[in-house]
Ligand binder design. Structure first.
Ligand SMILES: Nc1nc2c(c(=O)[nH]1)N[C@H]1C(S)=C(S)[C@@H](COP(=O)(O)OP(=O)(O)OC[C@H]3O[C@@H](n4cnc5c(=O)[nH]c(N)nc54)[C@H](O)[C@@H]3O)O[C@H]1N2
Ligand SMILES: Nc1nc2c(c(=O)[nH]1)N[C@H]1C(S)=C(S)[C@@H](COP(=O)(O)OP(=O)(O)OC[C@H]3O[C@@H](n4cnc5c(=O)[nH]c(N)nc54)[C@H](O)[C@@H]3O)O[C@H]1N2
Ligand SMILES: [Mo]
Length: 695
């Protein structure tokens, strides 16, 4: 009887704000996990799991799991391997690392490459960082997802835009801004829904009629990359009509007058309409509803902004600009009002202890992960990249300018190690492929970027085959390299205990508590960090005007910066490639994770291209036709889906497919560029002009 078997509490490790609590049932006779469900007692995720993780056992017990260390026998990219022992694999890597360190190129010719395959504190970044710091490898700037928005928020607020997400039930005007909340943050969508039952209106600003936009009360189809202009137009109306919280502006903000002058002279609704593709009426109505939320809907406005608006050349300034809005209306005063990007900064984990930045040799270079194509082709300053160590990431599928990433990975003189649970597109290029444990096979400690609970994930089953957790791989490598035992002979539990240092938010929270279930940070219910100003900026205020930006030689005020590839400002480029392509994730996948699970891939269907009937007709493309999507960087095939999910001039192809499952072996990232955002050096996946033709 399954009901009587022991259960273990775990946590979903995936890169998603919800960080769900899991309960895993284990059959002691076989040592296998036989059932996995959501933790009904979890105060934020309430036992509901997305379709991907509800089927997590399909991933754990997938026949494609890498179970032993392997060595490449075929050509790079072919994916042919033979089994070797862990001892031999570790020795091979250490020998190569020692060789490189002793050569004229030095240890910086080794590039560690990782992102958020798991969000667990230990497996995301702990002994791996210590190892590469100790070795002296190049540092990696992890920009592929969130740095533009982080930098943008930082200018205005001094930290990420955040509130207590559970308090959002009190919001009465909720704006999903570049956020596919119903798909990418389902438990917060549930809260939005609860607020709607209490009278809230839900609006979604997105060039794509995403599932979230479709379920909202109002879809505002802004032109890609123009969100800052829209926010500035809203400010224009707020100043013009005097729909402002004067007291909040006077006491908690700097730069009100210069901002007013800027928006009154430069961002009239008529000009903003021309930039954003919205009508003057839409802009005026949105400004009125936003500025008058208290009167019209009986509660504060909340902007749930996310990543869509960040992935453009002006993504940093767009976020900086949008997060000025709640200061104008004073919505920060009210629990559940204001703006929410990420709660990650609410967790004061001791990352210095985990990663030991003091070990980094002075003068070590940093490589921006978004520039992997350039790094692999020797186009960055410093020594060539001679060895690449990939874990928690699948750059062959997720990185921009894919053709050049793949040609870089094909280099014969590059030594590539991949540590993963599966033989991904990237693993096909590995010289050494190492088997990784899944979340059910190791212990980890979790914060969240969508709620305020600390959790531990307990190991439910023994590692499958010879799989090892990330921490263990670096313990073995450190031992082989002869590194100091005091840095590496530390258990995962000891690492977790150290990360939970005794700062206020963790006071009284022990590791043992977190192993029994989610523990809320010591923050009051309805936590509203900026209710009384107290912004962690240099001035201590919300910086509408930023002295720091001025000193950095940038415009100190919010402004609109067009995308790199903007049909309005780059008519030369648009003459050949007139359509703005967006490639956000399909609900069945988590970035490129789960693409190899049949149930998920079948539910995703195939590679599609959503296109407006007018753009389709102009190209002789019928619904269901095979099309080719291309620009100067690359070309991929898709099936046309002609309809009203996009405006003319915009096309959408959901991803992120593994290349091997696409019609022609490359995914949408074959067209995306490695150009960076204005602030934060972030990726610009959605800033991408293409042409489409019938095949
Ligand atoms: N199911 C599922 N959930 C996920 C993920 C996943 O892959 N699958 N990924 C996780 C990760 S790593 C992240 S970072 C988050 C991402 O979470 P979100 O930011 O919510 O997700 P995206 O789909 O990347 O982007 C949101 C929307 O922005 C729109 N968009 C594109 N360009 C613009 C623009 O210029 N302006 C505006 N206003 N909107 C624009 C897109 O059309 C898209 O619908 O989700 C996490 N959750
Ligand atoms: N075109 C386009 N490209 C995008 C995006 C987009 O919207 N459009 N989204 C971008 C975003 S938001 C992000 S965050 C990135 C995501 O890019 P990545 O961080 O590379 O994410 P995944 O594709 O999910 O790949 C994670 C890999 O880590 C492995 N893994 C999981 N757990 C572990 C573990 O414990 N140990 C080890 N060693 N490996 C593990 C998984 O099996 C998987 O292969 O992609 C970006 N790329
Ligand atoms: Mo992400």
């Amino acid at each position: 009887m399954v009901r009587e078997l022991p259960t273990v509490r775990a946590v979903c490790p995936h890169d998603c704000p919800d960080t769900c609590g899991l309960v895993v049932t284990v059959d002691p006779a076989s040592g296998k996990a036989v059932k996995l469900r959501g933790d009904a007692e979890h105060p934020f995720t309430h036992g509901f799991l997305c379709q991907k993780v509800a089927n997590y056992l399909d991933r754990v017990y997938h026949p494609g799991r890498v179970l032993h260390p392997m060595r490449r026998v075929g050509r790079k990219g072919e994916g042919r391997f033979e089994r070797v022992s862990w001892a031999e694999a570790i020795r091979t890597i250490a020998d190569r690392f020692r060789d490189i360190a002793g050569s004229a190129d030095g240890p910086q010719a080794v590039l560690p490459y990782s992102y958020a395959g798991t969000m667990g504190k230990l497996m995301y970044g702990s002994l791996d960082r210590r190892f590469f710091h100790r070795y002296g490898a190049s540092l990696l700037d992890r920009t592929i997802c969130a740095t533009a928005g982080a930098a943008g928020c930082d200018v205005t607020l001094g930290t990420r835009a955040m509130i207590d997400p559970e308090a959002a039930v009190n919001a009465r005007y909720i704006v999903n801004w570049g956020s596919n909340t119903a798909v990418t943050n389902t438990h917060f969508w549930r809260i939005e829904h609860e607020a709607r039952k209490r009278g809230a209106r839900i609006v979604t600003i997105d060039p794509y009629r995403s599932p979230t936009a479709a379920k909202s009360d109002w879809w505002i189809p802004v032109r890609p990359g123009t969100d800052a202009a829209l926010a500035l137009g809203v400010m224009h109306v707020l100043f013009r009509e005097g729909w402002l919280d004067r007291d909040y502006l006077d006491n908690h903000c700097v730069g009100v007058e210069p901002l007013r002058d800027r928006v009154m002279s430069e961002y009239s609704p008529a000009r903003v309409a021309g930039i954003t593709g919205l009508s003057v009426n839409e802009i005026e109505q949105f400004a009125r509803e936003y500025g008058w939320a208290q009167n019209l809907f009986g509660g504060p406005a909340l902007i749930r902004l996310n990543y869509g608006l960040q992935r453009h050349g002006g993504g940093g300034i767009a976020v900086r600009t949008v997060v000025c809005l709640p200061a104008l209306t004073g919505d920060w005063r009210h629990g559940g009002g204001g703006a929410l990007l990420s709660t990650s900064k609410a967790y004061p984990f001791d990352d210095t202890f985990l990663t030991r930045p003091d070990l980094i040799p002075r003068g070590t270079r940093t490589i921006n992960m978004t520039s992997l194509a350039e790094a692999l082709h020797g186009e960055l300053p410093g020594p060539p990249v001679r060895a690449l160590f990939v874990y928690n990431s699948n750059p062959a599928a997720v990185n921009p300018d894919q053709s050049r990433v793949l040609s870089g990975l094909r280099r014969d003189d590059l030594f590539t190690v991949v540590h993963d649970q599966f033989q991904t597109d990237t693993a096909d290029y590995a010289d050494i492929l190492l088997p990784a444990t899944t979340q059910l096979e190791h212990f980890d400690l979790h914060g969240s970027y969508g709620h305020l609970y600390v959790q531990s994930s307990n190991a439910a089953v023994a590692p499958l085959g010879e799989a090892k957790p990330n921490t263990e791989v670096f313990r073995l490598l450190a031992r082989e390299m002869g590194y100091e035992p005091e840095l590496f002979d530390i258990t995962d539990e000891e690492l977790a205990r150290g990360a939970l240092s005794s700062v206020r938010e963790f006071e009284g929270i022990t590791l043992e508590d977190t192993r029994r279930g989610p523990v809320r940070l010591n923050l009051p219910a309805g936590w509203a960090p900026f209710a009384e100003g107290k912004f962690p900026t240099p001035s201590g205020k919300c910086e509408l005007y930023s002295e720091r930006e001025a000193r950095a030689g940038r415009d100190p005020l919010p402004h609109y910066r067009p995308p790199h590839e903007d049909p309005q400002t780059r008519p030369d480029l648009a003459a050949d490639y007139p359509l703005q392509l967006l490639t956000p994730p399909v609900p069945a996948f988590l970035n490129s994770t789960f693409v190899n699970v049949d149930k998920q891939r079948n539910s995703a269907g195939g590679v599609t291209l959503e296109i407006h009937p007018k753009d389709a007709a102009a190209r002789g493309i019928a619904d269901g036709a095979a099309v080719s999507v291309f620009n100067a960087r690359g070309r991929f095939r898709a099936t046309a889906s002609v309809g009203g999910t996009v405006k003319p001039g915009v096309v959408v192809s959901l991803g992120i497919w593994w290349n091997r499952y696409t019609p022609d072996g490359v995914n949408g990232n074959t067209t995306t560029s490695t150009a960076l955002t204005d602030l934060g050096g972030g990726a610009t996946f959605f800033d991408n002009l293409v042409q489409v033709e019938r095949v």
